[in-house]
Write a protein that binds this ligand. Structure first.
Ligand code: SF4
Length: 372
């Protein structure tokens, strides 16, 4: 609780411009998009914050009355102690206008996934795809290999992105004891565009930072067997950084400006989706972007998705259009989300009786706890 008495203050409480509030059905989220953090707050506090734009603290105490004095104090101390806002007089606060919520990006494609099932037969496709992603100014590439890649195969992929626009490469590969930590370290030191290497299906859980704040090797016992592994919605995947928050206000938070190549070389929005827009060995990626079906899905933002539209996490959450609760409804809630914004409770999505029909339709009955 506040150590200073603000009851008679003629100052205003000013929420930092980088902080945003998302009102949900039962509670709300205050997001600091600069620090990438967020906290849950009661919906009443959202109204209080709206009022605080109009009135000094002294007036706020008067409006809410003596019965609510402790609540007002607790709201003020929460904002100040968690650094979501600061105190300022009328003149100073006018120097801190709100940030406009908007999202723009010059790249035609910002992020891409390439799945690897058999390296040798599809290796030419990787080079072709990476070269075209460069033309589209793609910045981030994720390579997800369901098989073990050798040191030379990993080097081949890292070399392919060297002189391209791709700035961040994340690689998932299956554990193999030939791929020693020493070899992985060397790979990361020689290829600084690789941000992470994740070794899945390992017998241990470990983490090694190779270049401070730049690249890390993770070992995980979790498996990555095929594209059905994708689409999991969990708190650990929430992202409150400004660019993601802004993008999610206008676009799909998983698929916007994404282009994927599945393990068979098929061009898709996401490797888990069934619709193919041609095979990468003989289809130009630029031509795929002229297909309205391919780009329409980019605009299915959470405000259009059933249930998600009432959820306080909707602009920090990821999305999934590959596995939804009602498979023939593109606007249905992601199947692999166990959160209920009407009760504010998390539960195991696989156990939900209402999801069993969709689970069986997608053949996810035996799906285990996996990486995504
Ligand atoms: S209900 Fe929707 S927005 Fe909320 S956590 Fe689940 S998937 Fe995300």
């Amino acid at each position: 609780m506040l150590s200073i008495n603000l009851q008679h203050s003629d100052k205003f409480i000013v929420i930092f411009a980088s902080c945003f509030i998302t009102k949900g059905h039962g509670r709300s989220l205050i997001i600091d998009s600069q620090r990438g953090k967020f906290d849950l707050i009661p919906n009443d506090m959202v109204d209080f914050i709206q009022n605080s734009k109009l009135y000094t603290i002294r007036t706020l105490f008067k409006i809410y009355g003596t019965d609510n004095k402790e609540i007002v104090e607790s709201y003020l101390s929460f904002i100040l102690e968690n650094e979501y806002g600061f105190l300022a007089n009328d003149k100073i606060r006018k120097k801190f206008p709100e940030i406009e919520v908007k999202w723009q990006h010059p790249s035609k494609i910002t992020n891409s996934i390439i799945d690897v099932k058999v390296f040798e037969t599809t290796q030419e496709i990787y080079l072709q795809t990476i070269s075209q992603l460069d033309t589209l100014q793609c910045e981030a590439l994720q390579i997800r290999s369901y098989i073990s890649l050798s040191e030379s195969q990993l080097t081949y992929l890292a070399e392919a992105i060297k002189n391209t626009c791709i700035e961040h490469l994340e690689i998932y590969t299956k554990y193999n004891d030939q791929l020693t930590l020493k070899k992985l370290n060397k790979l990361l030191l020689n290829n600084q565009k690789i941000s992470n290497i994740i070794i899945h299906s390992a017998s241990k859980e470990d983490e090694y930072e190779v270049i401070k704040n730049l690249s890390t090797i993770y070992y995980t016992a979790q498996t990555l067997t095929d594209e059905t592994c994708c689409g999991l919605v969990e708190k650990q995947y929430f992202n409150a950084i400004k660019d993601h928050y802004m993008e999610a206000n206008f676009h799909n938070s998983c698929l916007n400006r994404k282009l994927s190549i599945d393990g068979n070389g098929e061009i898709k929005n996401c490797p888990s989706m069934s619709k193919s827009y041609g095979n990468a060995k003989d289809t130009n990626l630029v031509s795929v972007l002229t297909n309205e079906d391919f780009t329409a899905i980019w605009n299915i933002k959470k405000d259009f998705v059933l249930t998600c539209q009432d959820c306080e996490f909707r602009y920090v959450c990821t999305d999934c259009r590959a596995y939804v609760e009602t498979p023939d409804n593109l606007y249905a809630k992601p199947l692999k989300c166990g959160y209920d914004p009407y009760t504010n409770e998390w539960s195991d999505w696989k156990e939900n009786p209402l999801k069993q029909k969709a689970i069986s339709e997608y053949q996810l009955t035996n799906v285990k706890r996996t990486l995504f």
